[in-house]
Design a protein around this ligand. Structure first.
Ligand SMILES: *[C@@H]1O[C@H](CO)[C@@H](O)[C@H](O)[C@H]1NC(C)=O
Length: 338
């Protein structure tokens, strides 16, 4: 039954799509003979650890063909990042994604790609190519890892990170450098930050919702960009991106100094949480705690999902920071990850 339903759906899609293709022809868009053009908004959103299916369907099968799935970003020295190739019978898997990739093949015209156990780096555009030896066709789908962007500053102070140090800093916090699109999404969700940070494309930006004199003056609200900067010579903060985790974050009440906080987490079969893990728990597990707690990088923070007076003061939900206090201070609790 389910199989039949899918086929019917595909065929009705085909009729609509053919009409669309003809009108698009006037603007120079290529008409697809075998593949079905996905809607322009085709975007799959899945949290880290989840499974995704990237749709790719044929109208009809050419007599002989191969399907090649390619990840388009990031490109390394012009080398094609192939995920999987099939000739309709056998499949070959490539690269880091290959072992987690398979074809769905829900019916004979289904060339959709399944990706299991998604990682932060899987985010990006993918292309489904039909190669038939005459005129190749392709369609593109965007896979968006659902997550959270956070600004990160070195413990040595403001604007101390080169591009590669920013990459390493995000990695240490269970995150990767955010893309421009992820920062834009975070801005639409309320991120307003007055310090400029690296993004994965090597540009430096900061997101402003409420223009103010201390923060670039009367420039318009939005993502303000310094453009591409020198990756080895220039120093900024960074914007990191993380997503759901398989573990959970919990709070241990203080007062503890940093070393005691480390021990307390270990005694509870955990370890001090990374900044990304705290953000993920705040965003995906609703963690709300009005007490500062040590994190693994030596910073002290607390996550607020229900803003209230006497609790950081700000009206919006967020993860607040006390910066990097002296590790000898015995005032705070601990955020542990297990
Ligand atoms: C993802 O797929 C794998 C099999 O490939 C399965 O074991 C796992 O439970 C799935 N995960 C989710 C979140 O559905």
């Amino acid at each position: 039954m389910g199989w039949a339903a899918v086929v019917v759906l595909t065929i009705s899609f085909l009729t609509v799509n053919t009409v669309l293709c003809h009108t698009h022809d006037d603007q120079g868009q290529k008409t697809l003979k075998y593949l079905i053009e996905p809607p322009v908004y085709a975007e799959i959103t899945v949290p880290r650890g989840g499974n995704a299916t990237l749709p790719c369907f044929m109208h009809t099968k050419p007599p002989r063909y191969r399907i090649k799935w390619v990840k388009l970003e990031p490109q390394h020295q012009g080398v094609e990042n192939i995920v999987l190739i099939t000739n309709g019978h056998a499949q070959k898997h490539y690269g880091g994604l290959g072992p987690r990739a398979s074809l769905r093949e829900a019916h004979p015209l289904d060339a959709s790609l399944r990706l299991a156990n998604l990682e932060l780096e899987d985010n990006g555009r993918y292309r489904c190519e039909l190669i038939n030896g005459i005129e190749d066709e392709s369609v593109e789908v965007t896979l968006s890892i659902e997550g959270v962007v956070f600004p990160y500053q070195s413990k040595h102070g403001r604007y101390k990170l080169t591009f590669s140090q920013a990459q390493a800093a995000c990695k240490e916090q269970d995150a990767i450098l955010a893309t421009h699109k992820q920062l834009y999404k975070a801005w639409t969700d309320g991120l307003d930050w007055c310090n400029a940070g690296w993004l994965s494309d090597g540009t430096v930006n900061y997101p402003i919702l409420l223009p103010r004199p201390a923060c670039g003056g009367e420039l318009a609200a939005g993502i303000r960009s310094y453009g591409p900067r020198d990756k080895t010579k220039d120093h900024f903060d960074t914007f990191c991106f993380t997503s759901a985790t398989s573990g959970s974050v919990f709070f241990l009440a203080g007062p503890l100094n940093f070393a005691e906080a480390e021990q307390a987490c270990r005694a509870d079969r955990g370890e001090l949480a990374r900044v990304g893990q705290l953000y993920a728990a705040w965003r995906f597990q609703g963690l709300d705690r009005c007490d500062g707690g040590w994190l693994r990088d030596g910073s002290v923070r607390f996550p607020i999902t229900a803003p209230r007076r006497h609790c950081g003061g700000l009206p919006e939900p967020g993860v607040r920071s006390f910066g990097y206090p002296s590790k000898a201070q015995r005032i705070y609790g601990a955020f542990c990850y297990r």
